[in-house]
Design a protein around this ligand. Structure first.
Ligand code: BGO
Length: 271
């Protein structure tokens, strides 16, 4: 049976390079239905049962650009068995913003720590085991340019996809936000049951119109969720979307502080 693996990541993280290395000449390029966003699909050259879809490069899963909508819809379509989230390891802090959102989707995820050749060249160190523990999903070192780690990352993704292993929710928000999310899950009930429950709860708490329209919740549930949002916003003196964005960045800073060691050479040259 075919296994579907999606490649997702920020622009310039090396997705095209990895996609080309994995699929060789077995590629099909078209457009996503209804939009002029390029769709690239190919068969893994070492196992033709594995179909690889290269998603458009995005910085976030907000629904503001066609690329973000295509990426998000595909990841939530139930089609991919697993996602390989490429991150540019020389720019971990910026790239992990998307990673925290992909993890919240609740689909089998493997982080490909790409451009490791450059990290090593710079003399920086990343504690890969600690990073995997913090993110709650496997992390594989790769260099798409040098073809390093390619088999390992696909093998890890196939395994995660076959077992249906979703990321552990080790990246928590503050207690106030987690409590609000639990209340939203309670109110929304069966409408958001399943693997995407946490993602939907976050979007409902943020008040994202696209998700509100999609879920078609009864008016009474929507007003209870609005009350939960109001209480949180009042307690934190900020809007819900900013609260969640800021907490993602706080988590990312903690993760990078714990897992990345910049070379002393690099630190003196940037001062
Ligand atoms: C140019 N290591 C290194 N060192 N570079 C990598 C790696 C890696 O693991 N992976 C990718 N790159 P895309 P998106 C380039 O094109 O795959 C490089 O947007 C150049 N081009 O070679 O396109 C890759 O699909 C001139 O670099 O990323 C590419 O995600 C000078 O990262 C760039 C220097 O990769 C983006 C680099 C004319």
């Amino acid at each position: 049976m075919a296994i579907n693996i999606a490649l997702a990541g920020n622009p310039n993280c090396g997705k095209t390079t990895m996609f080309n290395d994995l699929t060789g000449a077995n590629q099909y390029v078209g457009n996503w239905p209804g939009v002029t966003v390029e769709k690239k699909e190919g068969r893994y050259r070492a196992d033709k049962e594995v179909v690889i879809t290269d998603l458009p490069g995005v910085y976030s899963l907000s629904p503001y650009t066609p690329e973000e909508i295509v990426t998000r819809d595909y990841l939530m379509s139930g089609k991919p068995d697993a996602v390989i989230n490429l991150v540019d390891a020389t720019n971990l802090e910026r790239n992990l913003y998307l990673t925290t959102q992909i993890i919240d989707l609740g689909i089998p995820t493997v982080v490909a720590l790409n451009m490791m050749d450059l990290v090593e060249k710079n003399g920086d160190k990343i504690d890969v085991d600690a990073l995997a523990k913090r993110l709650g999903c496997p992390v594989v070192e790769t260099s798409a340019l040098k073809g390093r780690g390619m088999e390992d990352v696909v093998k890890t993704a196939i395994e995660a996809g076959k077992k249906g292993t979703v990321p552990a929710t080790t990246l928590r928000f503050t207690d106030d936000v987690e409590e609000a999310l639990a209340q939203v899950i309670d109110v929304a009930g069966a409408a958001i049951k399943g693997r995407h429950a946490r993602w939907y709860a976050i979007k409902l708490l943020e008040g994202e119109q696209l998700t509100i329209d999609k879920l078609n919740l009864p008016a009474a549930a929507l007003s209870k969720i609005a009350a939960i949002r109001d209480r949180l916003e009042e307690a934190e003196d900020d809007d819900a979307e900013s609260i969640i964005t800021n907490e993602r960045y706080d988590n990312i800073t903690d993760v990078c502080d714990a897992c990345v060691k910049k070379s002393p050479k690099a630190m003196t040259t940037t001062q």
